[in-house]
Ligand binder design. Structure first.
Ligand SMILES: NC(=O)c1ccc[n+]([C@@H]2O[C@H](COP(=O)([O-])OP(=O)(O)OC[C@H]3O[C@@H](n4cnc5c(N)ncnc54)[C@H](OP(=O)(O)O)[C@@H]3O)[C@@H](O)[C@H]2O)c1
Length: 272
């Protein structure tokens, strides 16, 4: 580890692509030492090389599949073993699936729950203790606008984000006055590897170019994290949508989301 600069370390999951990669660059720019987690080891090595050339920071890469039970514990043990103190935890890695629940693969459903819910909760549990002890720390949990209502055809993904939202806001309240803050970042549709992952790339809605950039979302989340905000919804339109939805009957909101999803993936439904 280098001995000058800020001497703070951020651990970021899902650091190789999209929002996580953009967040990684922001932390590097501010001279945080980094622990970067994702599955793709080659990509992690490439990012480490690139950022190490640009900034005088230490970077530990951990190639880990967060859908495998105990992945969080193994990451924690590795950082403890190297005596790395985590000042900022960014639980960004998350996956979804666009499918009628009854047709969805059980293995995919389990992966979504393991990454989006279990690993996120376990990493928070492991690193929080030290933060509270030191009376200092920040956690950024990447939730979604999906957290605020059920999402037909992405039922488990939406439900997983409702969990992230509820969990993050609850512990943020518990932690008041401890010096540790928890921020739930709730992006709307964002251009990243996610569209390819859930199979909505090239869909009718994504062609409308309504997606935010990962860079914009990351910058918004980064600022909110440092301000200690509990909830951060990037974009005026997204914030207005979330606020308006509070006054609309839940049944109606579900119908609207369902219709949007059907429009989004017309080809799936026309084949059924
Ligand atoms: N894009 C959107 O429209 C949108 C909207 C709202 C919320 N979000 C949320 O934003 C977060 C980031 O998503 P993104 O849009 O930036 O997606 P992305 O571009 O697909 O990036 C996902 C990141 O997670 C990593 N990852 C995926 N599966 C993993 C696994 N099993 N174990 C460890 N790492 C894994 C990926 O790296 P490897 O492939 O190398 O593992 C990658 O770095 C997610 O939590 C997502 O739910 C996205």
């Amino acid at each position: 580890m280098n001995n000058n600069k800020i001497r703070k370390t951020a651990l970021i999951t899902g650091a190789t692509k999209g929002i996580g990669y953009e967040l990684t660059k922001l932390f590097a720019r501010d001279y945080y030492d980094l622990v970067l987690v994702a599955r793709n080891k080659d990509k992690l090595i490439e990012i480490k090389k690139d950022l190490s050339n640009k900034y005088d920071i230490d970077i530990l890469i951990i190639a880990k599949d967060l859908s495998v039970p105990n992945a969080a514990l193994e990451i924690f043990r590795e950082t403890i073993g190297k005596q790395i103190i985590i000042d900022v935890l960014v639980n960004n890695a998350g996956i979804g699936d666009f499918e009628i629940f009854n047709n969805a693969e059980l293995s995919k459903i389990s992966q979504i729950m393991q990454i989006n819910i279990v690993s996120l909760t376990e990493l928070t549990k492991f690193y929080l203790k030290g933060m509270v002890y030191r009376k200092e720390g920040k956690i950024l949990n990447v939730s979604s606008m999906a957290a605020f209502q059920p999402g037909p055809y992405m039922a488990v993904y939406y439900a997983s984000k409702a969990y992230v939202q509820s969990f993050s806001e609850a512990i943020a309240s518990e932690l008041k006055g401890t010096g540790v803050t928890v921020t739930a970042l709730c992006p709307g549709p964002t251009k990243s590897g996610f569209q390819h992952e859930v199979g909505s790339e090239g869909s009718n809605l994504s062609k409308l170019n309504l997606l935010s950039s990962s860079e914009y979302v990351a910058k918004y989340g980064y600022r909110a994290l440092h301000e200690g905000k509990r909830v951060a919804i990037p974009g005026f339109v997204n914030t207005s949508l979330v606020n308006t939805a509070k006054f609309i009957p839940r049944k109606t909101t579900i119908q609207v989301v369902k219709k949007l999803q059907e429009l989004n993936r017309k080809e799936i439904f026309s084949n059924n």
